[in-house]
Design a protein around this ligand. Structure first.
Ligand SMILES: *Cc1c(COP(=O)(O)O)cnc(C)c1O
Length: 475
């Protein structure tokens, strides 16, 4: 086989190969190991020289599916607890396939009114879901990191404008360092976005009043006064080790009083807005200038999916529009060109999986899922507290339980090494997938059940396996 044109009449066949395997694979996620080290040898089957004569699509895809369903980390199953990672709902996976099937030029209205309209619609639905004003603008991005880039690029434009500089056109040369203030809950991706934007990752200043990183409002207030309010405040809604959040409304008050820009990182924490049990944590987010969230975490759509919301859509076009390319049309009402509103130019129709899953499950379905995860995380916290050899390190907030293995008789100075060994043992074992993180200087586990498949039974299994392997590595 050499030319895809030869397969023109059988173009659907390779998709049928995937579809045939999909049901059994998805069903197997319930029970299979999250990672099966004995299958790592399959990775060699991926390798080899560039094929000269191809195998044809069906044979190639059969091979890909064989290797993939064996050697993948089955992170879309219910017991992947290593990072804050969602799965993919059945509707979202199929929506994602549809995005590939249709392969839209999703950045420009004239090239795809479908993708453009779908993006506008899902942004509106998401704003409603999160309690953000409908008047906010927004854009879909590949990730929360790129949503930070979008929101903070707007902040940077706003800030430079106070110095009379159009940063989109002139860049940062000659300007002072842009002050960016946050609490100790700030996520590394915020620094990465600042780095990408040329603001420097280490220019971000944190104001913390304890070693958990909780914000020191008075110190931030004083610093804002010193810079005359020309600063960006980054508020964190959902920290990755404990689920802790900054008091968003208090930071919104500070921003308002000083005339500063308020950016909120709600990568997964913004989903607190979906339940009356946690909505208070998100209170104040509607007063932000820019807001980041992820679709591939708690919304349970496939990678890559992020959202950037901004108070005024015009900021996004100031930061990313005006390419000066004559062939690119200007935005006009419904005829939005999303490639002018975010960091990407060419992009896929990532609105389609979001549309499919919101249409499938609706606001109630997502509220139920979020509340189930709140219950699962609380249950996990109770199991940890009840276990004599486990130590809960922070109150369970939102969807995360932060703990470590602490059997009797092991001195404090040996606990980090012990937990690091346990983390490696858990990853090698594969029944549950939970690696370690560092929290307040300690080596810890911080499982975050946000996968639609995850139930209480899965965290019970997690605790059992942690204690079993913990006892083994402690010997
Ligand atoms: C995951 C996460 C990010 C980064 O998200 P990506 O989609 O991986 O870029 C940012 N902030 C928080 C709080 C997160 O949990």
């Amino acid at each position: 086989m050499s030319d895809p044109l030869d397969e023109r009449d059988r173009a659907g066949d390779p998709l049928a190969v995937v579809a045939r395997e999909a049901g059994a694979y998805l069903e197997s996620l319930r029970e299979r190991l999250v990672h099966d080290g004995t299958k790592d040898a399959l990775l060699d089957d991926l390798d080899g020289p560039l094929p000269v004569t191809g195998d044809g699509a069906v044979a190639a895809v059969q091979e890909l599916v064989r290797i993939g369903t064996g050697a993948a980390t089955h992170s879309s199953g219910p017991r992947f607890f290593h990072f804050v990672v969602g799965g993919s709902t059945p509707a979202a996976i199929a929506g994602d396939w549809t995005a590939s099937l249709l392969d839209q030029v999703a950045g420009m209205w004239p090239a795809s009114p479908l993708a453009t309209r779908a993006e506008t619609v899902v942004l509106r639905w998401l704003k409603e879901l999160f309690g953000l004003p409908e008047s906010f603008g927004g854009v879909l991005t590949p990730s929360a990191t790129l949503a930070h880039v979008a929101g903070l690029a707007c902040a940077r434009y706003w800030w430079a404008d106070k110095y009379g500089v159009d940063v989109t056109s002139r860049g940062l040369a000659g300007l002072p360092v842009m002050p960016v203030f946050s609490s100790g809950l700030v996520h590394v991706s915020t620094r990465k976005a600042l780095q990408i934007l040329g603001c420097g990752r280490d220019t971000l200043r944190t104001f913390a009043r304890d070693d958990a990183g909780r914000v020191d409002l008075d110190a931030m207030d004083a610093a804002l006064a010193r810079v005359g309010g020309r600063a960006v405040i980054v508020a964190n809604l959902g920290e990755v080790n404990t689920g802790d959040s900054d008091p968003i409304a208090d930071l919104a008050d500070l921003a308002e009083r000083h005339g500063a820009w308020l950016h909120v990182d709600g990568a997964f924490g913004l989903f607190a807005a979906l339940s009356p049990r946690t909505a208070h944590l998100a209170r104040g987010v509607e007063r932000a200038d820019s807001v980041t969230a992820d679709g591939h975490k708690w919304l349970n759509v496939p990678y890559e999916s992020g959202f950037s919301f901004v108070r005024d859509q015009a900021w996004l076009s100031r930061a990313f529009g005006a390419w000066g390319a004559a062939y690119l049309p200007d935005a006009d009402g419904e005829r939005v060109n999303y490639n002018m509103l975010g960091p990407e130019s060419s992009r896929r129709a990532r609105a389609l999986p979001i549309w499919a899953t919101l249409r499938a499950y609706g606001r109630d379905g997502y509220r139920e899922m979020v509340e189930r995860h709140l219950d699962v995380a609380a249950h996990l916290g109770e199991l940890v507290e009840a276990a004599p050899d486990l130590e809960l390190l922070a109150p369970v907030q939102l969807c995360i339980a932060c703990f470590r293995f602490r059997p009797d008789g092991v001195p404090e100075e040996r606990l980090d090494a012990l937990n690091a060994r346990l983390g490696e043992a858990l990853l090698a074992d594969g029944r549950v997938y939970a690696g370690t993180s560092t929290y307040r200087g300690m080596t810890v586990f911080r499982p975050a059940p946000v996968n639609w498949r995850t139930t209480k039974a899965d965290v019970e299994r997690l605790v059992d396996v942690v204690r079993e392997l913990g006892a083994a590595v402690a010997d």
